[in-house]
Design a protein around this ligand. Sequence first.
Ligand code: IMP
Length: 179
Amino acid sequence: MLYFITSNDGKYREAKRIGEMYGVKIERVDIHYPEHQETSLRRVARLSITALKDLAPKPFFLEDSGLFIPSLNGFPGVYSSYVYKTIGNEGILKLMRDVTDRRAYFKSIVAFFDGRVHLFEGKVSGRISFQIKGNKGFGFDPIFEYRGRTFAEMGDEKNQISHRRKAMEKFLKWYINLR
Ligand code: IMP
């Protein structure tokens, strides 16, 4: 059993489901911690897990993720959570209105602490759609297209290919081998 420190329902649902695929039960713990505004997700994850090491039930992990759009110089990137809450999917579509290069990727960093910090990374490439499509998933899922469908049109299929799946898979394989 592992504790996942998160206040994000969408992230928890997916991590729990991915855990089931590897026979690891994942429980959610919602401890608020300051999200450092840093220049890389790895740095955010490292600082957050270090801040939580004496507060969280063990064994625990957290995950930091973001959407990166190369034609917007990587925006929203480490600011994804704030940007989603402020301008949302409509705001991103507006910023992208006249942009032809629609490539985008999601990145996920899973952080685990056992006396030292361990980081596991996953990435998935796709493109920003022209419209909001689908009602499954969370966050930027309705505007992130992967092979012609948005993540929000996929449901559980997203868990086979997502950035979170890739990072969690690396983490869980490593974790299972330790036990
Ligand atoms: P943070 O990791 O809590 O900083 O939040 C990252 C933000 O990126 C989330 O609040 C979402 O808006 C967005 N995000 C991360 N992963 C996903 C995903 O799988 N689908 C859609 N949006 C995501």
